[in-house]
Design a protein around this ligand. Structure first.
Ligand code: SF4
Length: 365
């Protein structure tokens, strides 16, 4: 039996945030009904394959918490009927403005809440075009923490130089065991990108953003959080099992519009179109196959994101290569930035983690 993680994409949002380029559409109860019916068809199509065990489930979006409890229950029952579920971690993403049902999620088997906090500074939240303010975020976090042991918060840095990051993080840390701290990436086509072009939004410079990253790192470390991936910090035992699958190249099934999968040794995805999805264009009968990537490069790229790094013996076995010989020159060039431990794990030194992109590019040449 194959064991995989399951990602389910719920594409609805009340309003588009200014920085967001995830696939999402305006919420309507009618669309949500139709969408869940189609999602159920897609998920059920896996029943035709050899029995699949699912050990992590992640309901992401969009705003999954926008769905009614009835719809969520229909969806989750399908998952349990289709797969052999031995679920260790079941996450739902929640927005502070759509957090009204948190206390009911446990009865659906959910055991982890990922809260889209992003900031506790009202000015920053406004710049990001979020619908919530600081007080709503704190109430939602408090409520999540009341009903769940495993709560994570998403946090964005690199938005503005004028910000008391430490104060914000200290308040968040009272309620969570995991923080995903991302650097804002300006994506073309977003409202924020447009504002950046006409100079009504000014990004902090690279040095300021790097300082914010190091401040976040130190602040979270002082609160007992370990960085286990460039942007992810957790108290002991609270690393995200589901997200680790992506970085460790483990198999996962993605269901829903725009969802990507790595399953049965293949990568495939559903198109970014709700209309096409509702017409039945999805894994059930019409998934798009990704161009085969260089699997070795991808393993190195993803592996160097995580604190444990990559294991040389494992790579040698998997790809039938002599890693140290193949990359002799690269390893010589990047040596000052890397650690190799006695078990043959090669990883980026803590202080150079932000250079991950440039270090990885060395393996391309
Ligand atoms: S709530 Fe999340 S998915 Fe929806 S627009 Fe905002 S950032 Fe994007």
């Amino acid at each position: 039996m194959i064991t995989a993680g399951l990602y389910i994409h719920i594409p609805f949002c009340v309003k588009k945030c200014a920085y967001c380029n995830f696939y999402s559409v305006a919420y309507s109860p009618e669309f949500a009904q139709q969408y869940i019916s189609e999602l159920i068809k897609e998920i059920s199509s896996y029943a035709k394959e050899k029995k699949i065990a699912v050990d992590t489930i992640y309901l992401g979006g969009g705003t999954p918490a926008i769905l009614s409890l009835d719809l969520l229950e229909r969806l989750i029952k399908t998952v349990y009927r289709t797969f052999d579920c031995q679920v260790k971690e079941f996450t739902i993403e929640v927005n502070p403005c759509s957090a009204q049902d948190i206390k009911h999620y446990k009865s659906l088997g959910i055991n982890r809440i990922s809260m889209g906090v992003q900031s506790l500074d009202d000015k920053i939240l406004k710049m990001l075009g979020r619908r919530h303010d600081k007080s709503q975020a704190l109430t939602a976090l408090e409520n999540a923490n009341k009903y769940f042991d495993n709560v994570s918060a998403d946090f964005i840095i690199g938005v503005s130089g004028k910000r008391d990051l430490e104060k914000e993080l200290n308040s968040i840390c009272d309620f969570v065991k995991h923080v995903s701290g991302y650097i804002l990436k300006l994506e073309k086509g977003t409202e924020l990108y447009q504002k950046y072009l006409n100079k009504s939004f000014i990004l902090p410079d690279d040095d300021q953003t790097a300082d914010q990253y190091h401040l976040m790192y130190e602040c979270l470390r002082s609160k007992g959080f370990e960085r286990y991936e460039i942007s992810n910090f957790a108290k002991e035992g609270y690393q995200s099992e589901h997200n680790l699958k992506y970085w460790r190249m483990k198999e996962y099934i993605g269901a829903g519009v725009s969802a990507h999968s790595y399953f049965g040794g293949k990568r495939y995805y559903n198109e970014d179109s709700l209309a096409k999805y509702l017409q039945g264009r999805h894994k059930g009968n019409n998934a798009q196959i990704n161009e085969p990537l260089d699997a070795l490069f991808e393993t190195i790229m993803l592996g160097l994101r995580v604190a444990e790094g990559i294991n040389i013996d494992k790579i040698n076995r998997l790809f039938r290569i002599d890693f140290e010989k193949k990359y002799e020159k690269v390893l010589r060039r990047i040596k000052p930035y890397m650690d190799i431990n006695s078990e043959g794990n090669i990883r980026i030194k803590d202080e150079y983690m932000l250079l991950q992109n440039s270090i990885v590019l060395e393996f391309m040449n």
